[in-house]
Write a protein that binds this ligand. Structure first.
Ligand code: ATR
Length: 282
């Protein structure tokens, strides 16, 4: 790759950023389409976030992704917020349109791409269970409730957070939404009634590899589709147990590729095949 005076610069800001796959994914996409762009990791301390966002404008950086822990924190420094990102309250993609910084969130739709295109699932009329009620759950739930699903049930260790997310979602959707805690064993029957169950919690991710997002996995049956948004390890304890009980499984590498494909399109205006980005995730 030749870098010259016309090379367009993109990047990702976060803390940490040393394990991010985004530079490999986006640079592979530029190479595939022969675009004169480069994408670099940018480690930013929290106190420098306002300066870092201003620098995007000052240095004519064409776009940046935002990763943990800054997805909410960058919002006050943007010029425009996409309505979806506004409702979710988190931004993972900032596009610099001639000095105007626009914030988007492609995380939830990234998972939808993975489920529909990669796993070949038709979400129409499906009952979907979501484990967790944090930031990741919110972006995924928002995207799923824009699809023609039958119902969404949010399960969370802290029931009040599941109820709050349900109430937020109901303001933007007419889909049936339920909230469920783990106080009694009713959740087991509830979970079994879903077609698809998605883990959005960090239970199972390093260093919590021995943790499960639900207290009991006896609800899993053949015919269930179990998905984890974690991609390291590539098979979490949740996915291992689900697979042993006969469920089909999918890890989070497709969601990562999917959010990248959507961010790439917002950044460049071009479409990139899903597998070009997916191949770069290790
Ligand atoms: P993120 O932005 O990654 O979603 P978050 O907003 O901090 O992170 O939310 C983390 C979610 O994972 C929460 O739903 C949390 O449950 P609580 O609301 O009860 O805290 C859930 N979570 C984290 N660790 C968990 C564990 N070991 N078991 C079950 N749920 C867990």
């Amino acid at each position: 790759m030749e870098i010259n005076g016309k090379t367009g610069v993109f990047g990702v800001i976060g803390n940490p950023v040393d394990h991010t796959c985004s530079p490999a994914m986006h640079n592979a996409a530029y190479k595939h389409l022969k675009l004169n762009y480069i994408y670099i990791p940018m480690f930013v301390e929290k106190t420098f976030i306002p300066d870092a966002v201003k620098a995007v404008r000052a240095l004519n950086i064409k776009g940046i992704n935002v990763t943990i822990p800054y997805k909410e924190y960058v919002i006050p420094y943007l010029d425009k917020l996409d309505p979806v990102a506004k409702k979710i309250g988190a931004v993972n993609t900032i596009v610099n349109k001639n000095g105007c910084l626009e914030g988007y969130n492609t995380d939830g739709n990234g998972l939808v791409i993975s489920l529909e295109s990669e796993a070949g699932i038709d979400l129409t009329s499906k009952s979907i269970g979501l484990l967790g009620a944090g930031g990741s759950a919110k972006s995924i739930a928002f995207s799923l409730t824009q699809k023609n699903i039958k119902k969404l049930v949010i399960y969370n260790r802290t029931f009040s957070k599941a109820r709050k997310l349900k109430e937020d979602l109901e303001q933007n959707s007419s889909i049936e939404i339920q909230a469920c805690g783990y106080e009694n064993n009713d959740y087991l029957k509830e979970l079994q009634d879903n077609d698809i169950v998605i883990n959005t919690t960090s239970a199972g991710m390093k260093p919590d590899e021995d943790q499960l997002p639900v207290p009991d996995m006896s609800w899993v049956k053949p015919g269930h589709f179990c998905c984890d948004i974690i991609y390291k390890p590539s098979k979490t304890l949740f996915l291992k147990k689900a697979e042993l009980s006969g469920a089909e499984i999918l890890n989070g590498s497709g969601m990562l590729a999917g959010q990248g494909v959507l961010a790439f399109e917002l950044f460049t205006g071009y479409k990139i095949p899903f597998h070009i980005m997916k191949n770069e995730i290790n």
